[in-house]
Design a binder for this molecule. Sequence first.
Ligand SMILES: *Cc1c(COP(=O)(O)O)cnc(C)c1O
Length: 366
Amino acid sequence: MKVDLLDLKAQYQTIEEEVDKAIKDVLVSTHFVMGPNVKKLEEEIAEFTGVKYGIGVANGTDALMLTLKAYGIKENDEVITTPFTFFASAETTSVVGATPVFADIDEKTLCIDPDKIEEKITSRTKAIIPVHIFGQMCDMDRIMEIAEKHNLIVIEDACQAIGAEYKGKKAGSIGHVGCYSFFPTKNLGGYGDGGMIVTNDSEINEKLKLLRVHGSAKKYVHSLIGHNSRLDEIQAAVLRVKLKYITKWNDLRNEKAQIYNDLLKEQQIQLPFMNEDCKHVYHMYSIQHYDRDKIIEELKQKGISTGVYYPIPVHFQEVYEHLNHKVGDFPVAEDACKKTFALPLYPEISLEQQKYVVEAIKEYFN
Ligand SMILES: *Cc1c(COP(=O)(O)O)cnc(C)c1O
């Protein structure tokens, strides 16, 4: 049997007719940039998230970068984030000229540890970027409390967590701003790049709408130096179809994760932690064991693909050598990078496939 980490073809087959029609409608309209689908998707995602505004942009990385710019974050500023994430969570801080400052993660959730944030705050700190890693929400009450006390902006990197909830509130709706990615492999993935910023802040909404299109509210009138970072109309049309199914798909991910939890519970593997106050959306079903590389090899022999998220913590990336981090600076994140790996999980995965994966893991330990 062959089991892929993710099977986008299986999902496409379930929505093929609707998606094909949505794309065809855009082709017929020839309204390819900033058309009605972008506007409607912005409203629909804002409503889904429970906030006032949605601003479509070219990708999740730009969502973070434009938000940092909108808040005026620049040279000599510092932004606190996690070292256990996709590079873009920190990279965007560097793109606007500021410095990423890392705080270690919580052993259980693998999200930034609120207890480690405060000691990193200096007079230069302007913002915190909590990352809801693998679809699990950070401890947002504690993070918001720290941010309020020190007058910091909170930018939720919800690129892996659309639809996740913390005490009934959706990912992206708790901080000053939330950022989504519609990269094809994300829980709400387009058929190309895409991203969105969500916020209740009307001033930031206005500013972002300028920044994404050359600082211009009116054609050929420019009030800011901006970017060309628009969400594509064809992507918006596809995403509007997919948004109708996101809750169902996230619920299916939860069901399938529970199946793995039950089937794997007697093994020596560390299973994903689930916070009782939260709805996890299992962007990744990530488990932990120091034999990771050997287990992965064994699974590969049996046609099962896995993913290592993340093999290198951000503070050890070559480009951040100048930050002078050493082994042991963020021990929990460094340890996680040695033992985490993701099993195949997506809404359409079959019970047979999951059982096959579990059998292969059991065979490794026997
Ligand atoms: C995917 C991702 C991003 C970047 O999104 P793109 O759309 O690929 O630019 C940022 N942060 C995290 C945590 C991500 O997983």
